[in-house]
Ligand binder design. Structure first.
Ligand SMILES: C[S@@+](CC[C@H](N)C(=O)[O-])C[C@H]1O[C@@H](n2cnc3c(N)ncnc32)[C@H](O)[C@@H]1O
Length: 257
């Protein structure tokens, strides 16, 4: 999926994103809880989406200047006009080096080249600055991947970077005090169609069922769709259909004062 297509997809999804973003809010809270006692004067939320974390960060550090960045203009609109914002790619930020005391990014890096994005994060961090990133690891939506396996020639789940990718990228970018924790979160859905609709509402068009997402059974054919549904249904338990997310919570520090 091209970067342009990802951007378009999030741009379109922005007005309804919040209605499907329960996991994303939970991950922001986990990431915030893992931050050490710091007093940043300036914070960048890179890939801010509709801005849930901006509110969390502003409440925790009311004195700080919190800047929103995202490459989807629709997301930045939802994040609010009254905030400092920049429409930009986190892999190439139009921001001077050493500008922020805290670089924050939640669930945007799985859409990026993590090495480039971490290098940019390290560049815009001031000496002594704190990095906080969440992303997704292989195993995320494994149930969906397995349900679609062999049905057609398409990938139906995003190729997530290996768990050590973020730590390696942090070290290569000169960051220290690197700590990456992996947490498994499991959502439950009423049925497969609801799960796919939720992913589409988020704009996560490739994280789930690729080009077919939300358009069943037309594109797939009824027989293929029934086979996928039956495979997924075999995983149902008392709480519903499980959808696993392998969440990586990464923090690091830029050496310096
Ligand atoms: C799943 S949403 C997460 C949004 C928000 N951080 C949250 O936790 O709800 C991913 C966001 O990252 C943005 N994004 C993805 N790749 C990006 C890139 N290369 N540069 C800037 N933003 C990007 C998308 O536009 C989208 O708003």
């Amino acid at each position: 999926m091209s970067k342009q297509a990802i951007r378009r997809s999030f741009d379109r999804a922005a007005p309804r994103y919040d209605s499907a973003a329960a996991l994303q809010r939970q991950v922001c809270e986990l990431l915030l809880a893992r931050l050490p006692e710091i007093r940043p004067a300036s914070i960048l939320d890179a890939g801010c989406g509709t801005g849930y974390a901006l509110g969390l960060l502003e409440r925790r550090w009311p004195e700080a200047c919190v800047v929103a960045a995202d490459f989807a203009p629709g997301m930045l609109r939802e994040a609010g006009r009254d905030r400092p914002r920049v429409c930009a790619d986190v892999e190439a930020l139009p921001i001077a080096s050493a500008s922020f005391d805290l670089y924050w990014s939640s669930l945007a890096f799985q859409w990026c080249d993590p090495a480039r994005a971490v290098a940019e994060a390290a560049r815009v961090l001031a000496p002594g600055g704190q990095l906080a990133i969440s992303s997704l690891a292989p195993g995320t939506l494994a149930e969906l991947d397995e349900a679609f396996a062999g049905i057609d020639g398409h990938d139906h789940v995003l190729a997530f970077a290996a768990p050590d990718t973020l730590a390696t990228a942090c070290a290569a970018s000169g960051l220290g005090d690197i700590d990456v924790e992996q947490r498994r979160l499991c959502l439950r859905h009423a049925n497969l169609a609801t799960l796919l609709r939720g992913l589409k509402t988020l704009g996560a068009n490739q994280i789930g069922a690729g080009n077919h997402q939300g358009r069943r059974p037309g594109l797939l054919g009824r027989r293929a769709w029934s086979a996928i549904e039956a495979r997924y249904e075999a995983r149902r338990d008392a709480a519903g259909l499980p959808a696993t997310y392998e969440v990586m919570l990464c923090r690091a520090r830029k050496p310096g004062s």
